[in-house]
Design a protein around this ligand. Sequence first.
Ligand code: C2E
Ligand code: CA
Ligand code: CA
Ligand code: CA
Length: 274
Amino acid sequence: MSSRYQIYSFSKDISAYKKFMLEQDLRRAIQHNKFELYYQPQIDANDGIIKGAEALIRWNHEEWGLVSPGEFISIAEKNHLIFDLTNWIIGEVCQQLQTWKTEGYTLRPISINISPICFLQDEFVDSVKQQLATTQISPKYIVFEITENKALTERENAKLILTKLRNIGIKIAIDDYGTGYTSVQYLHDFDVDMIKIDQMFIQSIDDVNDKDASIVASLIHLAKGLGITVVGEGVETYEQLQFLKQKECDLIQGYLFSKPVPLKKFKKMMKTGY
Ligand code: C2E
Ligand code: CA
Ligand code: CA
Ligand code: CA
């Protein structure tokens, strides 16, 4: 009993210590460009071709190794470093697209996760416009993923910004779709291009008759009826893929095809498939 307690409190100390250290290091890491984007391909459910990818950030930390965004995005949001970080991510994606273009790759839309607090900032739209202008990348290759829960609570403001972004030609995806309690209301209130069905639903599809299967099928049906592209996220099994295909889900993202991979590997995938 007492040794178990010690192990528990030790690991708790470690994680508190790590969090504290990450908080300390984040600003410097941004200044010294210690981040890297990984790319996870999105595959066309019908022909198996890579039709896009999601950019997912990683932090190469001297002491802790590759730190996952789950461990530092909320810190970055709390101390407002997320603005610089997001700017860097958007710039990096635009630059990559530009490079791929000159290297003769077929360009595909790249999805970028945008924290609600960035998205709702006044300067956000202008800074995005500027990044696109500098790199001369067509906005049709950029998708912004916004989580349903937080971003869209400031409805009027959010609506204005979404409209501005879509007028530029940027696509908007609702991330983790289905986890908010007013999902249908969102589709009524906002014009979006894409929904990403949350992996929690997809991974709990056990057989075609269970509750989660019905939920996923209805979400797809609803979105398709509105002309919205549907991405199934977190697809890990062939059965999940078959189910989504049968329900006419458009794009598939998940470990079944590929984990998020470093740039070099993603470029290879764009050439030769996953
Ligand atoms: P998310 O946007 O929902 O991203 C999907 C997460 O699911 C990724 O984790 C991805 O690696 C993981 N995933 C994809 N397919 C599968 C699968 O088949 N099985 C399982 N178990 N997992 C799968 P990751 O990269 O650790 O990112 C976690 C979260 O951190 C993201 O969730 C997103 O909310 C946030 N995030 C990541 N990159 C960024 C970024 O550049 N900016 C911001 N603001 N947030 C980011
Ligand atoms: Ca996402
Ligand atoms: Ca998601
Ligand atoms: Ca189930």
